[in-house]
Ligand binder design. Structure first.
Ligand code: NDP
Ligand code: GDR
Length: 345
């Protein structure tokens, strides 16, 4: 009999990659999406899985407890991966309530549905390095104290502790993956890496003059999303439910990523100016291609993230393989291709 998995947030980056992985392993996947006036399945189309016979697309809203109960009752899954969230940190400052409902309470609704339906169902919660926020240790490990710096980080911390609480209270197999930033050609264009690679491609093709960004000094630990979903799956195959960090143990500034992406698009940049006035100039022509616009700064920033994935390596045999240079080049190449074809995602 085939294993059955529920993946919430199938229209997102990780949902699409995870569905592809699970289908390749012979699972039946119930992928959830929320009702909108025009649902967008472009990521599943890019991966060629949207018409897979074992992929069932289910309408579901995380903020509705009844919707989660029905989902779990009808799908009868062995595993539930909770990837759906209001996942954009910047937006969470403008929509803290909605973020708390979706990103925080949404996880609790699924845990309640499992508790009330079948406690043998294994649950994965998409936790985040944003929970470390104002970091208390470098690099961050599973036991580093949390200090979230955004409504998103606070909501995720609630969901993380709920997962542990249901593990301890009801013996539910609840695994929490503290994943550091992971990117890919399927990343949403509001996130900084994809914003940069898309802009570098557009500038190369003469479709954009200047890229505007916020804090260029923020440091992130960026890995490749396709490898990270493999880690999620491994967490649910382990003997015991646990909390694991997935990261690369390398950190770079946003500025360095800009430099890399523009290099991949054929430019050599020179950075000049102080913080809010900083610009990136094309050395060959003297043209300004990158400019800081303070409107992209956040009310509170997470300045430095770097994660040590030693526990995942030891207990799950998981480690990242793709370098940041390879990842960045892959994203720029995909954005050059899409922009040439006139795609808008
Ligand atoms: P995306 O933003 O690409 O995808 C989020 C998904 O959640 C989308 O499918 C979105 O649907 C769905 N969603 C949003 N609101 C609701 C709702 N009310 N009901 C149901 N579904 C909803 O995120 P990623 O794929 O990058 O990330 C996956 C998960 O991992 C998220 O929970 C994120 O917070 C977390 N995470 C991500 C990291 C990363 O670097 N990518 C790192 C650490 C954690 P729609 O398409 O309709 O908007
Ligand atoms: P993050 O990712 O907040 O780490 O959350 P994002 O790519 O949005 O920001 C990374 C860093 O870049 C700085 N930055 C900008 N960010 C955006 N989006 N746009 C800009 O113009 C810009 N300029 C500078 C930000 O200030 C920040 O420091 C992501 C999400 O996927 C979360 O869901 C996930 O939990 C974490 O990664 C780990």
């Amino acid at each position: 009999m085939k294993k059955i998995a529920v993946v919430t947030g199938i229209t997102g980056q990780d949902g699409a990659y995870l569905a592809q992985l699970l289908l390749s392993k012979g699972y039946v996947v119930h992928g959830t999406f929320r009702r909108t006036s025009s649902v967008n399945f472009w990521r599943m189309e890019e991966l060629g899985i949207q018409d897979h016979p074992d992929l069932k697309l289910v309408e579901h809203d995380l903020t509705d407890l009844g919707s989660s109960l029905t989902l779990i009752k009808e799908a009868k899954p062995h595993e539930v991966y909770n990837l759906a969230a209001q996942s954009f940190v910047g937006v969470s400052f403008n929509q803290p309530d909605a973020t708390a409902q979706i990103t925080g309470m949404g996880a609790l609704h699924l845990l309640e549905a499992i508790r009330l339906t079948d406690r043998s169902i294994r649950f994965y919660q998409a936790s985040t390095s944003e929970m470390f926020g104002k970091v208390q240790a470098i690099p961050q490990v599973e036991d580093t104290p949390f200090y979230p710096r955004s409504p998103y980080g606070v909501a995720k911390l609630f969901a993380h502790w709920m997962t542990i609480n249901y593990r301890e209270s009801y013996d539910i197999f609840g695994a929490s993956g503290i994943l550091f930033n992971h990117e890919s050609p399927l990343r949403g264009r509001e996130f900084v890496t994809r914003k940069i690679t898309d802009a570098a491609a557009k500038i190369r093709l003469g479709k954009l003059d200047v890229l505007e960004l916020g804090n260029l000094g923020a440091q992130r630990d960026w890995g490749f999303a396709q490898e990270y979903v493999e880690g999620m799956w491994r967490m649910l195959q382990a003997d015991e439910a646990d909390t694991f960090i997935l990261a690369t143990n390398r950190t770079e500034t946003v500025r360095r990523f800009v430099d890399m992406a523009f290099k991949a698009a054929g430019y050599e940049l020179r950075f000049e100016g102080e913080e809010h006035n900083e610009v990136g100039i094309d050395i060959a022509t003297g043209k300004t291609l990158v400019r800081v616009n303070p409107k992209f700064y956040r009310p509170a920033e997470v300045e430095l993230l770097i994660g040590n994935p030693a526990r995942a390596k030891e207990k799950l045999g998981w480690e990242p393989k793709t370098t940041l240079e390879e990842l960045c080049a892959m994203m720029v190449e995909a954005d050059l291709r899409r922009n040439k074809l006139g795609y808008s995602f």
